[in-house]
Ligand binder design. Structure first.
Ligand SMILES: [Mg+2]
Length: 440
């Protein structure tokens, strides 16, 4: 597999979160290192590996690590081995993070998959989130801080990551959503040559949005331009809108224009630019006890508005989960990550995907499993959007209380393959939830 997805080359650069500059971050695959006080778990883990390696040299009784993962002996007696048969993929919000804080079991779960388990194995993993609004590098620094563990952009996909592949197709684009100028920075980092924000349009024509005034900061960052000479070729909603009314007005103006020229009106309402969303999650999990509406809700609202105003149906395109393209992208990333960091030059036979949203995480995993060479196994956790007692529209293969239970289940299942319990669980693969099968 080549590195055309922009994430991996065989050499990783290690950057400090304190002194890395933007040029460093965009220069290729990096390992972003959080401030030293947050690195305790990583350092202790590396020390543990070194001690284990030294022990291997000293102890003749410990044989080669080949074939050892399936032996369930105590971790202290042998070095940590990286498994190559299977891998893990995690959603983030509602699985590892909620309301900006790590979910209580997240730390223990990550330690578990990094070797602190009864089998002494380490399992390669990636993160696949629909969230966004920041560069992948910035989001990885946030995650590193929240989880107290290094997270590399080489193991991370967010909702808008696949949009980087659109930069060659569209030159001048309207980018909507996110905080301040962050999404403009992300889009420019992806290679888009001419990026317009709603702020640019409001600054140029303040009566575009009658009730929305730019803050001092927004006014300073926004750019006045000649929209008569500008053709908006595509609209991208990169992250959640902070101003639904203003953003919808501006998106509608573009959609109803003649060929993306703001200020014009199409007579047929089918000449506007295409509209892309980085994902389609109607709700998402925050610190609030009930799910909050998200980008999928804005999409539904815009489609309804367009119909109400023009009488026509609006066709839009969403990236992210459950789109199969996102899972194909995830598989490429996983192969690259396993190769670059673990030296595994083959695809995993099973990937366990842990998510909290049946309509995106579980649906996408189950549908991708139908077409993928690898077996994609969906696990739904109860710490996010999914509420216990409800019936998910897209049933998972397994329901777990939280991320720690999910990773224990996945590793146990792999390690016990071939015995009776595995046979029971494999039977349950075709059903809704193997919990029932296991109880029988
Ligand atoms: Mg989620």
């Amino acid at each position: 597999m080549t590195t055309t997805d922009g994430f991996g080359t065989p050499r990783l650069r290690r950057l400090s979160s304190l002194d890395a500059c933007r040029a460093d971050l965009y220069g290729g695959p990096n390992v972003a290192i959080p401030p030293k006080h947050l690195m305790a778990s990583t350092l202790s883990h590396e020390t543990a590996i070194e001690m284990d390696m030294a022990k291997q040299h000293l102890d003749d009784d410990i044989s080669s690590t080949e074939g050892s993962p399936r032996a369930a002996s105590p971790i202290a007696e042998k070095p940590i081995t990286t498994v190559d048969d299977f891998a893990l993929a995690f959603d983030i919000d509602g699985v590892l993070i909620r309301g900006g804080e790590a979910i209580p079991e997240a730390g223990a779960a990550l330690k578990y998959i990094n070797g602190e388990n009864p089998y002494g194995v380490k399992v390669p993993y990636i993160f696949v989130t629909n969230g966004g609004g920041k560069t992948e590098e910035e989001r990885c620094l946030d995650l590193s801080r929240q989880l107290e563990l290094e997270v590399s952009p080489g193991q991370f996909i967010c909702g808008h990551t696949p949009m980087r592949e659109m930069a060659e197709r569209y030159h001048t684009v309207l980018v909507v959503g996110g905080e301040g100028e962050k999404c403009r920075v992300v889009a420019e980092g992806y290679g888009f040559k001419d990026v317009i924000t709603p702020g640019d349009i409001i600054k140029t024509r303040h009566d575009t949005t009658p009730f929305r005034k730019l803050t001092e900061e927004e006014h300073k960052n926004s750019r006045v331009r000649d929209f008569e000479q500008t053709r908006i070729e595509a609209i991208f909603v990169f992250a959640d809108s902070r101003d639904w009314a203003g953003d919808q007005q501006i998106i509608l103006d573009c959609l109803m224009s003649k060929d993306g020229h703001l200020g014009t009106r199409s007579e047929t309402f089918d000449e506007g630019p295409p509209l892309f969303f980085s994902h389609n999650d109607v709700v998402w999990s925050t610190s609030h006890e009930h799910s909050r509406i998200g980008m999928g809700a804005l999409r539904a609202s815009l489609e309804a508005l367009y119909k109400a105003v023009t009488g026509k149906e609006l066709t839009t395109i969403a990236f992210g989960k459950p789109q199969l393209g996102t899972y194909q992208f995830a598989m490429r990333l996983l192969r690259q990550w396993r190769k670059n960091t673990h030296g595994i030059n083959k695809p995993p036979s099973t990937v366990y995907f842990v998510g909290d949203t049946p309509d995106s995480d579980i649906r996408g995993t189950n549908e991708f499993n139908e077409i993928s060479d690898a077996h994609w196994f969906s696990i739904l956790v109860k710490t996010g959007v999914y509420q216990e007692g409800t019936i998910p529209r897209y049933p998972p293969k397994k329901v777990c209380n939280h991320i720690l239970d999910a990773v224990k289940f996945a590793i146990d299942r792999e390690m016990s393959k071939g015995d009776k319990e595995s046979a029971i669980m494999d039977d349950a693969d075709s059903g809704i939830d193997s919990e029932t099968a296991l109880r029988n």
